[in-house]
Design a protein around this ligand. Structure first.
Ligand SMILES: NC(=O)c1ccc[n+]([C@@H]2O[C@H](COP(=O)([O-])OP(=O)(O)OC[C@H]3O[C@@H](n4cnc5c(N)ncnc54)[C@H](O)[C@@H]3O)[C@@H](O)[C@H]2O)c1
Ligand SMILES: [Zn+2]
Length: 784
């Protein structure tokens, strides 16, 4: 947003009677902007800015008006309900006005609002109990349905609140909206308000069909619903999966209800769709809990929501509190942090992964979305880039829903006009950006393209080294991605000449992951270690905490020499040596993960380690003629993984890695495997919470080597639950199923002596739970 912040001198002038010229200019500009954005949003159903951005501008306008009441124009957007009536539809005057909602953007603001409303209610309707009808704020658009003598006679959009657009024919195509009210007792003339929306699931499906037809997809369910309802041709509207929930009532003379929630019950009886998510709550604390609850499950609902709405439930209180020109004083909308924002797509680059896959990703102007700052998002492959229709330079819609990774949804097409010559189409490179090898799909027909130079493509090597050090592999904390990069490539050109981008290139001191363990503490004289002294990387010079744009080469693994102290390995480098030494004793499955064999992750690796116990045994198995069958029969390994293993071990330089690690002293055999008594054979054991002396992996390991099954979920087949600190729902479930629960000491006993150690923990029938489980397992087997 190109907003100039209010500087202090301007703020101080708020004391003066005549506002400074620049405040006036700022004000006029804001009014224009808000009008223009509203028009695009309400009348054209294609917003130019994200809601978050619009809300900020709008807030700013309100703030300016508060600071400078004398400049407020009569027709200021803050005095009006959003939309205008488009000439494409006949105007309809609502019998009773439609309003917008007062927005609050933080829980503190909501609390303040509730406090004020409660105080007013206490004064103006002292005999009424204030309860909050809490509803989700549906991301759709409002309609007003007029029923006369139970017959739907007219449907209109909200428009400017007084006059809406006649969309009767379109609304008649929405199956959920009854054309005749059921039951009895409806007033002879009643206006029912609700939100028309497209259910999330139907929206995804609708977009999938558009995508298959090669058509542009709809950006979000709100605009899609609005666009669908405001079609000129009702037959077109009929094709859209529209739905509605009621959320209010307008003209209603003779309605027999004292509260809004009671009204909803009546409406339900008349066959109108009522939201399943509304709740009447007694206190602010309950409202806050409601907000938290729906914030967590907002993506599991039937439709998208952008907040929650609270309304004083009692009609008497609603009447007593009344309305401003724009909003009711008895309701407020709390908005969740935005999950959809607009930003500029600055570039599309490609990245080469650990297995050579080349993926394009977008680089964007950093923006905050769903609570975190985002500047990159993957675009998966060239087909996806094409399908999304984005050009470099576009303003794009960026979405990050909850914990989901950020996604570029598509371009804001309306903003292209006049900027066409700044836009550029993405072209997938034909050669690897890292090593120059021609790129190709692994198999004909694959969408993904790859760099086939797996062995010495620098980026692939860097990725593999970083991966082998990862938490799920050798777990070498001092070898993160940066260190892996410093080991495997040269510093590259001066970033100052690349616009500040650090782009390491050229050979590093390590040319294969086979060499990594040469650096371990147990190998103090290795030539490789000496060479670490020469590894340098580019660092930006900083001054007073700010970057200067000037870069210098600094040693990465060794300290900088000063007049007094000569250069020596840095503390973190010493740590790297020690961790490598320690990692040599890691269990076999971790070594397997570390090898970057396609499809071979922790689960398959564990299964292989349990079955074979040593790298030698695995190599022997892979070399058999019946290897494919043998491997595929291991529990947790299938034909895909079996093939991947056979293929991998067929390559010389792969086997060289295994040999080199072995020579460097990596264990590659689970001693426990041979020695451990297999007295947990056939037992399913679940570990939950944190144990003082076992990591989750160690606990699983200990179970598996003794023949047990380390399971992730509790069921009646679970033999034992091992429960540490902060155990949650699994503990509750185990207790409710009567499954024995062990703490760490109990777990040790189980590991040492097997289930017999708990024989006296018998059930009513005299059998231990473990016996029950075994009996049950047998039963199911016999049945099978
Ligand atoms: N991106 C843009 O350019 C742009 C422009 C204008 C407005 N907007 C967005 O539109 C909104 C402002 O529009 P507004 O004036 O319609 O106000 P609003 O959306 O904040 O609130 C009022 C509306 O909420 C809807 N609503 C949904 N669930 C409801 C429920 N349970 N009870 C009552 N009402 C419910 C109704 O349609 C009602 O008219 C803001 O979110 C703003 O960001 C965006
Ligand atoms: Zn390459």
């Amino acid at each position: 947003m190109s907003e100039t912040p209010l500087n202090e001198s301007v703020l101080n002038e708020s004391e003066q009677v005549i506002p400074a010229g620049d405040v006036r200019a700022e004000y006029d500009r804001l009014v224009d902007e808000v009008r223009r954005y509203r028009f695009a949003y309400y009348n054209e159903d294609s917003p130019l800015v994200s809601d978050a951005e619009f809300d900020l501008l709008y807030r700013r306008l309100e703030e300016l008006e508060q600071l400078h009441p004398e400049i407020v124009a009569n027709d200021s957007p803050t005095q009006e309900v959003g939309g205008e009536v488009s000439a494409a539809f006949a105007p309809v005057i609502h019998l009773s006005r439609m309003y917008s909602l007062e927005d609050v953007f933080s829980l503190e603001e909501l609390e303040a609002w509730v406090e004020k409303a409660s105080a007013n209610a206490a004064v103006q309707a002292p005999d009424q109990k204030l309860r909050w009808l809490s509803e989700v704020k549906i991301d759709g658009l409002a309609v007003n349905l007029l029923y006369r003598d139970g017959q739907l006679v007219r449907a209109a959009t909200r428009g400017d609140g007084t006059t809406g657009e006649d969309v009767t024919h379109n609304v008649l195509t929405i199956k959920d909206i009854p054309q005749r009210l059921a039951g009895a007792g409806w007033p002879s003339e009643v206006e029912i308000r609700g939100e028309v929306f497209i259910p999330s699931e139907a929206f995804r499906e609708f977009n999938r069909v558009l995508e298959e037809a090669g058509k542009a997809q709809l950006a979000n369910p709100r605009n899609a619903a609005a666009g669908s309802l405001r079609q000129k041709d009702p037959a077109e509207t009929a094709k859209r999966p529209l739905n509605m929930y009621v959320h209010g009532i307008g003209a209603r003379e003779g309605l027999a209800a004292a509260s809004q929630s009671e009204t909803y019950e009546l409406l339900r009886g008349w066959g109108l769709p009522v939201s399943p998510y509304s709740r009447v709550l007694d206190s602010l604390a309950e409202v806050l809990e409601y907000i938290r609850e729906y914030g967590e499950k907002r993506h599991e609902l039937i439709h998208e929501i952008d907040g929650i709405v609270i309304k004083a439930d009692s009609f008497a209180i609603q009447r007593a509190l009344g309305y401003t020109s724009r909003v009711p004083r008895w309701a407020a909308a709390y908005k969740y942090p935005p999950e959809e924002v607009h930003t500029r797509l600055l570039d599309i680059r490609v990245q080469v992964g650990r297995t050579g896959r080349v993926t394009p990703f977008g680089i964007m102007e950093p923006v905050k979305v769903a609570g975190s700052t985002v500047e990159r998002a993957t675009l998966h492959n060239q087909d996806v880039v094409k399908a999304k229709g984005v050009l470099i330079g576009d303003t794009v819609i960026l979405r990050k829903a909850g914990d989901v990774i950020p996604e570029i949804v598509g371009p804001v097409l309306a903003l292209r006009e006049g900027h066409e010559d700044e836009l550029r189409e993405f072209v997938m490179p034909t050669h690897c950006p890292s090593c120059g090898t021609p790129l190709a799909p692994a198999k004909e027909g694959d969408v993904d393209i790859r760099c086939p130079n797996a062995r010495s493509c620098p980026v692939q090597l860097t990725e593999r080294v970083a991966h082998l050090a990862g938490r799920g592999a050798f777990d070498i904390e001092a070898l993160g991605y940066e260190a892996a990069m410093a080991l495997t490539s040269g510093p590259g050109p001066d970033p100052a000449e690349l616009g500040g981008v650090v782009q390491p290139s050229g050979p590093g001191v390590i040319t294969s992951e086979a060499q990594v363990f040469d650096l371990a503490a147990g190998n103090p004289d290795s030539a490789l270690r000496e060479r670490l002294a020469d590894v340098v990387v580019w660092r930006e010079k900083r001054s007073k905490g700010e970057g200067t744009g000037v870069f210098e080469l600094v040693p990465y693994f060794w300290t900088k020499a000063t007049a007094k102290t000569p250069s020596k390995p840095a503390a973190n480098t010493e740590k790297l040596f020690r961790e490598l030494e320690k990692a040599k004793a890691q269990p076999l499955w971790r070594v397997l993960v570390a090898l970057s064999i396609r499809h071979v992750g922790p689960t398959a690796s564990r299964a292989l380690a349990t079955r074979y116990g040593s790298m030698d045994a695995i190599r022997a198995a892979v070399a058999q003629e019946t290897a494919r069958e043998d491997l595929a029969h291991v529990d947790g390994v299938g034909p895909t993984i079996a093939d991947a293993l056979i293929e991998w071990f067929a390559v010389d330089w792969h086997r060289d890695i295994v040999d080199a690690w072995k020579d460097a002293g990596v264990l590659m055999a689970d001693e426990a495997h041979a020695d451990a008594p297999r007295h947990l054979e056939g037992l399913s054991i679940v570990v939950t919470g944190t144990l003082p002396n076992f990591s989750r992996d160690e606990a699983k390991e200990a179970i598996i080597v003794r023949g047990g099954k380390a399971s992730g979920s509790v069921s009646k087949n679970t033999a034992f639950l091992v429960s540490g600190d902060a155990a949650g729902s699994k503990l509750d479930k185990a207790v409710s199923l009567g499954i024995p629960v062990l703490d760490e000491d109990g777990f040790r006993l189980l590991l040492d002596q097997g289930p017999d150690a708990f024989a006296d923990a018998a059930n009513d029938d005299g059998k231990t739970h473990a016996e029950d489980v075994e009996a049950h397992a047998e039963e199911t087997e016999t049945r099978a």
